[in-house]
Design a protein around this ligand. Structure first.
Ligand code: 1GP
Length: 255
C-alpha cells in the first residue's frame, strides 16, 4: 500500500518541482491585527509566495489565531499551514498543520506530548498533517528557549545531519532547520549541504534570519527546498516587492 500525500503537501511538492524551490510566508498572529495579517498575506501572494504559515512562540492561539486565519483565507487562495508551538496553536479554519516534533528538545513535551494532545484535534478539525522534524540551530532565539532545545552549534553540521537522518529514518517527510526568528544570519551553508546530502528527496525547510533574495538563493543552491521568511516580511514597507525579490531569486536557481 502506498502512502497518499494530502492536497497541501502535493501543492508544495508541485511548486518545488516546477520552480526548483518554494517560498513560505510566516505570519505571527501576535505581531499585528488579523486584518493587517490578511493584507500582508495578500501582498505576499502578489509577490509569488507559495503558502502562508501561521504561528508563533507566544500568543498564537484562540480567537486571535482563528480570526487571523480567517482574514488570510478571505484575501488569498493560498494554502494556510499552521505552525504551532503547542497543541494550543491549532484551529479549525486552516488547511494543514506542520505536525512537528522538536527533535533536539530536552523536554518530552515538545518531542511528543503536545503532539499526543494535538493529534485528536487535527483529526477533528480535518487539518492535513505534514509530518516534520523541527531542529533548532544556534542562536535559536525565542523558540530555542521556549522549546528547551539543546541548540546545535553552527560549526557542527554533522550533528544537524545526524538529527536529519534520524528524522528521515523515522518516516518524517520534511525537516525544518530553524536558526530562530530574527537570527542575525541564516543557517550556515555547509550545514544545509550536509543535511541535504543525507536527506536526499526528503524536503528541507530553512528559516530564521533570511532577509534577502540573494541569501535565500544561496540557501536553495546549498539544498534548501522551502524558504521561510517571517520577520523580513513583517518589517518590510513593501511586502510584495520583498517577496518578489525572494521568489525571483530562488526560482532563478533552475535557469
Ligand atoms: C521563524 O524560521 C522562521 O520560525 C522565520 O524566521 O522571522 O527570521 O524570518 P524570521
Amino acid at each position: 500500500m502506498r502512502f497518499n500525500i494530502g492536497r497541501v503537501e502535493e501543492w508544495l511538492v508541485q511548486a518545488i518541482l516546477a520552480n526548483g524551490a518554494a517560498h513560505l510566508t510566516l505570519i505571527d498572529p501576535d505581531s499585528q491585527s488579523p486584518s493587517e495579517a490578511g493584507r500582508m498575506a495578500e501582498a505576499a501572494a502578489a509577490g509569488g509566495t507559495d503558502a502562508i504559515m501561521v504561528g508563533g512562540s507566544v500568543g498564537a492561539s484562540g480567537s486571535v489565531l482563528e480570526e487571523t486565519v480567517r482574514q488570510i483565507k478571505e484575501r488569498t487562495e493560498l494554502p494556510v499551514i499552521l505552525f504551532p508551538s503547542s497543541a494550543a496553536g491549532l484551529c479549525q479554519n486552516a488547511d494543514a498543520v506542520f505536525f512537528m516534533s522538536l527533535l533536539n528538545s530536552r523536554s518530552t513535551s515538545y518531542i511528543v506530548e503536545n503532539q499526543v494532545l494535538g493529534a485528536p484535534l487535527v483529526m477533528r478539525y480535518n487539518l492535513e498533517p505534514l509530518p516534520m522534524a523541527y531542529i533548532i540551530v544556534e542562536p535559536g532565539g525565542t523558540v530555542g528557549w521556549v522549546g528547551d532545545a539543546r541548540i546545535i552549534p553552527r560549526k557542527k553540521p554533522e550533528i544537524a545531519a545526524a538529527y536529519a537522518l534520524a528524522a528521515k529514518y523515522l518516516g518524517m517527510r520534511m525537516v525544518y532547520l530553524e536558526a530562530g526568528s530574527g537570527a542575525e544570519t541564516p543557517i550556515p551553508l555547509d550545514m544545509i549541504r550536509a543535511v541535504k546530502y543525507v536527506l536526499g528527496e526528503t524536503l528541507l525547510v530553512v528559516g530564521g534570519g533570511i532577509r534577502s533574495g540573494s541569501a535565500a538563493a544561496e540557501l536553495v543552491k546549498a539544498g534548501a527546498n522551502l524558504i521561510v521568511t517571517g520577520t523580513a516580511v513583517e518589517k518590510s514597507e513593501d511586502v510584495t516587492a520583498f517577496v518578489l525579490d525572494v521568489t525571483r531569486a530562488i526560482k532563478c536557481k533552475q535557469s
